[in-house]
Write a protein that binds this ligand. Sequence first.
Ligand code: NAD
Length: 807
Amino acid sequence: MNQERLTSLIETLDYGPAPESEAKTREWLKSHGSKFSHYINGAWQPPMKGSYLKTINPARSEEELAQIALGTKEDVDAAVTAAKNAFPGWSALPGHRRARYLYAIARAVAKHARVFAVLESLDNGKPIRETRDIDVPVVIRHFYYHAGWAQTLENEFPGYRPGGVIAQIIPWNFPFLMLAWKIAPAIAAGNTVVIKPSKSTPLTALLLADILLSEVKLPPGVVNVVTGDSKTGTMLYEHPVPWKVTFTGSTEVGRIIRKGTAGSGKHLTMELGGKSPFIVFDNADLDSAIEGVVNGIWFNEGQVCCAGSRLLVQEAIQDDFVKRLKRRMRKLRVGNPLDKAMDMGAINNAEQLKKITELMDIGVKEGAVMWQPDNVKCPPGGFFLPPTLFTGVEPSHTIAQEEIFGPVLVTLTFRTPAEAIQLANNTRYGLAASIWSQDIDTAMDVARKVKAGTVWINSTNLFDAAAGFGGYRESGYGREGGREGMYDVLIETDHTPSEAGGRPEATGMVAHDRPAGDQSEGKADTNDMIDRTFRFLIGGALVRPDQMGSFTVTSPTGESLAVVGEANRKDVRNAVEAARGAFPSWFESSAHMRAQIIYFWAENLAVEKERFADAIAAQTGCAHHTAQAEVDQSISRLFDCAAYADKFGGTVQPVLGRRLVIGIREPVGVVGIRASDESPLLALISVVGAAIAMANTVVVVAGKHALTAMDLVQIIQHSDVPAGVINVLSSQKPDAIARILAEHEDVDAIWFFGNHEGSKAVEEASTGNMKQTWVSDGKVIDWIGVRRERLLLKSTQVKNIWVPYGV
Ligand code: NAD
């Protein structure tokens, strides 16, 4: 063969079709008459109201794949009841028995892997290459991994137990994978579940149900699948029985669920949207980075919560990089998802296709330049879109800010690492980031500074059950996978808060909890205190209240103890600004230094022990020796916090492939705290000490026992705590101030220790930026026995950094 002929053959070589067989999957659909009931209590139960929805094939949008039951209140109730009834038996099984069931699920899924992969491609529209090589294997891995937690639970999580029924709501972009992420940890821990898949992708959940029933023989009621639409989802999260709601979906719906569950006492895990940066430095391996971009944004047609949808390229290589990228985009193939040679399949549904194209139009209107490879053709009859690239994008453009959730990449440039970080964090989301640089210093520095729950270095879109996944900021809270994910499906056994006014269960007395007739013993001489007027601590300075308002702190018998400032919205604003300003350097300070400061704080508190005891006794009316004990406990608690500052750092997990995942416990950010009205000093020290030990900055508002908080200000000032790290306000209406803090967009978490109404109000108000909440809901917290780990877990969020090694 001559050279010319050979060259022409190579140039004209094209892929032939390589379709995966649908036969077995179609057989399974037919075996159910292509019409599915709910899976409740280990049996197929038709919808009580008899309504069905259809699920279609997005690659052939006229084709109905099956009908699925439309869940109503009665169906949800039946499923929750089944889960509730199954809970005692399931949770009482030895961990080893549960481990065997999870192991059996993993094995059964592996056995039917191809049927699952084809079904997922048919129902979702994603290419078989992905469902076969990623979705299904990661599902299997998840069940195996969590079989291990079921086995080791008692040893690894002493003092924790499953809470009962968990309500689970999942989206359409990774239907089977999200199901596994939710079900595996929940049932490994001993909970039972009701899961509601998305109405457009319910089929793999139903196939799994079939296998649980016929092959795994999972006890009835442990896993229940209720299909339906968003209303079914609402009925599920509103149901009074589940102790927890885990939701994966859009931030918008996450907000609705947060509001809808406010005041219910339900725990939440929120896995929400993203707009993740994909950062390429000029010293990156560019060929690898180009493949990374392809994976980052065109994997699953960009319908990936952690898609690298914002490409940030260092200016010097921008032209070259975009040129290479366009060349690569011309090679992408869009078409039949069941064709093994396809890179991209169909968008999942018509609504999503419309949303994506509308955002693309906005991008063009706002002045960005859109490019699509003219040789990439989309087949007719389905919801297809070609890979799309936007250049000339400004950070303020809608397409640079909004989650497009489609195969659309926007590019921006940066000059320095600092600018890259600033651009990367210029979003309300914080799900993931991908960093490309051959320089380990640059990569790790950016990894630390970028606000995201998952960071991939020289890689992207990697998942492993041993590495927890979850967001920062408006990408949500809680984790799925890893050890960190297990905490989210367990509750503490040794801390069951009693109802308001009830006694804490642990031994030891809280300061207010004193025997009658003990009033006068060691009572403080309150006369000294009457004339003292306290100011707020804001940004390291003693500051008068904005409106010069004040109120009097009194003893239980009505004696005036001190006049303290009354905070308003402006004081809150100033305090938050100070806390935000102090955060970057406090975050970067060494744990050793933070520990030293907290030890010094304890030392200074010890010197003033008597004064604090007097004030506690005066405010609460407790015996002096009880107050002294509280001061001693507080000093000890500060030692705890200092000790843990450099001992609650994180983990390193080997995961599949040549990678290590470094799980770092990072601070949540600026924490707003409504101080407890119990144990004035110990409660305050416990939460503030833990928060700052873990590198958060705080704004505290004290109410009933503001005298102690204000006394503490002086100690803080003399303990080398940097300005702005701790800010203290007081108010006669601390619940109202807490609400302002909860509404503040620059506060990352709100902790509220007070009554039910106030707890509900801050939970409702937290939805603006989806801040993390910790509320006592009118229950008394045992501040003496409080688990240190609990304080530390509340003060941190895990960032998992994936570091590849070898070649
Ligand atoms: P969605 O929020 O519209 O729906 C998710 C689920 O919630 C579906 O089951 C839906 O029926 C249900 N739902 C919708 N409205 C509801 C309501 N008012 N009350 C109760 N349930 C309701 O999301 P989607 O369009 O299915 O999925 C795409 C979104 O999911 C994207 O924003 C994506 O980023 C996000 N996502 C996040 C992660 C993560 O781990 N962070 C993973 C996958 C997808």
